[in-house]
Structure formats: structure tokens, C-alpha cells
Design a binder for this molecule. Sequence first.
Ligand SMILES: NC(=O)C1=CN([C@@H]2O[C@H](COP(=O)(O)OP(=O)(O)OC[C@H]3O[C@@H](n4cnc5c(N)ncnc54)[C@H](O)[C@@H]3O)[C@@H](O)[C@H]2O)C=CC1
Ligand SMILES: C[N+](C)(C)CC(=O)CC(=O)[O-]
Length: 473
Amino acid sequence: MTKKAAIIGGGVIGGGWAARFLLNGWDVAVFDPDPEAERKIGEVLDNARRALPALYDKPLPSEGTLTFHDDLGAALEGAAWVQESVPERLDLKHRIHADLTRLAPADAIIGSSTSGFKPSELNEQGARAIVAHPFNPVYLLPLIELVGDSETCARAAEVLRSVGLYPLTVRKEIDAHIADRFLEAVWREALWLVKDGIATTEEIDEAIRMGFGLRWAQMGLFETYRIAGGEAGMKHFMAQFGPALQWPWTKLMDVPEFTDELVDLIAGQSDEQSGHLSIRQLERLRDDNLVGMMRSLKQSGSGAGGVIRAHEALLAIPQVGDLPVTLDIQVPQTWTDYNGHMNETHYLEAGAKASDCFMEMIGADADYIAGGLSYFTAESHVRYLDETHQGARLQVQTQVLSGQGKKLHLFHTLLSGERTVATVETLLLHVDLGTRRSCPPADHVAAALESYASRHAALPQPEGVGRAVGQRP
Ligand SMILES: NC(=O)C1=CN([C@@H]2O[C@H](COP(=O)(O)OP(=O)(O)OC[C@H]3O[C@@H](n4cnc5c(N)ncnc54)[C@H](O)[C@@H]3O)[C@@H](O)[C@H]2O)C=CC1
Ligand SMILES: C[N+](C)(C)CC(=O)CC(=O)[O-]
């Protein structure tokens, strides 16, 4: 399959799709009549470049090539994926999809970003689109709701996984798919609360982000409520709170009329709440927070964290020179501090991640650990030699100093470009997780370790080995 995506409509969502494909090594051709489209997509791409790679501990593939086209046919030529993201008007979508069906390669997947239209509506004049509904920002959030022809959705799911997305195939077509139905319900209630003078836009946002918003990113609705049922469980929860659905807790399907007064009230409160920040500043704040939260979820593998882990497993570990590269990361904002540089704790974290990667390389991987054997760190020494900053590429090269019996002695060199910014020297001990005592590794791990140790013994000792705190250079 050629890795080329045609992006039809390059606004908020089309720009996000373009960034997602480009940063995963696809070539992207954009068709959008807006003379500002190139500038706008450039700005979305700048944001995506500082956020998406920071989710991973391995580098993403080299960026693809971005082109802009005045001619729809030229944009579609050779595309394996066509993504329509024009404004949410059915007549416009019908016109565009007639052209896409005529001009796109016969085997190309044609997805529509529509938030609400069903495939049967999009295709009622003979088009062949599926719904591929994303969430903003498309370059960070993994969910894509797929709706439509099952064979095409299955092919689409494979492509989406390869660029780090999470396809959720909707069983039956329905207006607004799954997630937008929730969002609409929440939005409707929020509009009533503002209109009725119960809460301001800011108070509503606090009610979400100080409470259930935090829960939803990691467990969703039903798993959260299962816990809320306590030991008595889900049936007890439903018996207790089910009747409330009949009480006047919600406004149900009523939608407040969008009078000028209501629009002014909401827009005014929103200006007061967030007007001191530009949209780009808000986007960067949102992205930094999302990257931090998603990296935390990656630790447990919950929710979106599991998707990042699965995608990362598909990415290659780079090899440079004689030493393995055991970590290759773009420094996330959450690793930086009040001094405007990477905080000391994360130098050690980078070393620890490099040790984890080295363990995998010698076969002490997840299966080995599940079998009851692992390594524990006994001692580490960090030398802070230079600064590094948010967005910088940080590579770790690892040399085995010795690897006999229970002991594994590693020297990690942290590089930012050509500069050595730190070294982390670490002694690990092989342990039996049952007895929690040290023991020799399994034969295959010992043999793989010995192979690295003998090759690395032939290399010069790295500068700084065996340094203690306070020693003069
Ligand atoms: N904004 C959001 O939060 C989300 C939007 N969507 C869906 O994505 C689609 C696009 O929405 P946005 O990106 O928000 O809109 P937008 O207004 O930001 O972008 C639409 C783009 O389409 C271009 N366009 C207009 N006519 C065109 C044509 N004939 N051919 C090619 N391009 C054309 C416009 O110049 C503009 O750049 C809609 O279907 C919407 O429902 C889906 C998920 C989230
Ligand atoms: C408001 N919206 C219906 C366009 C929202 C979406 O479709 C998904 C999102 O990103 O919130």
C-alpha cells in the first residue's frame, strides 16, 4: 500500500488528520479552496510536532511530504486514504463525495469526518464513503468512530492502528454515532445551566475538570460506576441511582432556543474565562496537559495509554554506531520545571527507561517478568553535564560495563544532538520475584547479556565511569 493520504478540507479537523498521517511517515496532499489553508495547516503542524512525538519513547518514522493542490484529481492521485473534512452540510458533502467517488483510486478508503451524518445519508446519491469520525486534536486523541460497510471499516481499522489511532467500529449507524451523543447531552444540560443562571461557563468547566472529567479518561462511565456501587456492585448502583433518571435531574431532550441573548451570555462568559489566551496558546496548554496525562496512562496501559503502548511496540529501536540506542524521546513539557529546562528527576527516569529497554533486548521482557524473574536497580549515579529543554530530542546510548552472574552494570550516556547532557551509571541485580532475593538469570538471558558484555568490553571505557559525588574531574 502506498502511504499517501489526500486531505479534502484542511480546517481544524483536516489539519489534524494531515498532521497525524505526516508525523507517521505518510505523504499528505491537501485540497482546500481557502487561500489561508497552508498557513493554518502549518500552525496545526507546529503544534503537532511539539506534542505527538513526546508521547513515545522511540522515534516516529521520518515525516512524509506535504503538498497543496488546486486540482482535486491531482490531490487524489495514488492516495490509499482519502479523508473528507469539509463543513458539516449535507448538500456540500454530497457534492464532494460524488467527485471523490469518481476521481479517487478504486481501492482507496474514503472516510468522512462528519460528526453526525450517517453513511446512508452521505452515500444516498451513490458515493462509497464510510464515516471515520475523529476527535480534536486528531494528532493526539486516538479515537476514530468507524461506521459503514464492514469490509471497508475492517481495512480502515488496520490503517488507523498503524498510525497510532484507536478505531471503534459502531455496530449500527445512528445520528451522531456514539461519542457525540454524549457530548450533545452534556452540552445541552450545560446550556440550560447557563441560561437559567445556575452556573457560569467557568463553573461548569470546574465541575467537569475537578471531578468526573478526571475519572473518565482512565475508566470511562460504566467501570467508574461499577466501583461507585461498592462491594454490592453494579446492580446496587442501578437500584440506588436509576430512579433519579425519572426525577427532574435532567432537562432530557429540550434544547434551549439559541437567542442572541443566550449566545451573547455564553460568549461573554467564555471571553471572561479564557479571553486572555489566544486559541494557539489554549491549544498548546491543552496539548501539554494531554501529553502529560497520556504518558501517565501509558504507565498502567489504561485507556489511551494502552493504544500508545501498542503503537510504540510497532516502532523500530534505532541503532547508532557500536552502542544500542535504548531510548529516543522528544522531551515533553511535563519533564521541564521552573528553571525552564528538563528537571533532574527525568534524567534518572531516562536512565531507568534505557535499562528497561536493555532488559528487553537481552530477553528479560514482559513474559520473562511474568514468569517470576526480573532485575532490580541496586545503585545509580547521575552526572548532570548540560541542560536540555522541552521539544529537544534526547537519545540514550547504553554500554555494558559487566554482566556476569546476578550483576548487570550499565553506563547510559544521555545525548541531545552531539552534546552529552548526562550520564547514568547503574548496577542492577537479577532477582527471583517469588523470594525477592537475587539469583542467576535464565540461560538465554545470561547468554544474550554475555554476548553484549564481551562486545562492549572491546570498546573504550566511557568517560566518567565509577565517579562519586564530589570527586574532581
Ligand atoms: N471541529 C470539531 O471539533 C470537529 C469537527 N468534525 C467534523 O469535521 C468536519 C470539518 O469540521 P471543521 O474542521 O471543524 O471545519 P472547519 O470550518 O475548520 O474546516 C472546514 C474546511 O473545509 C474547507 N472547505 C470548504 N469547502 C470545501 C470544498 N468544497 N472542498 C474542500 N475543502 C472545502 C474550508 O475552507 C475549511 O478549511 C465536519 O464534518 C465536522 O462535523 C469532527 C470532529 C470534531
Ligand atoms: C462539536 N463536535 C460535534 C464537532 C464535536 C465532535 O465531533 C468531536 C469532538 O472532537 O469533540
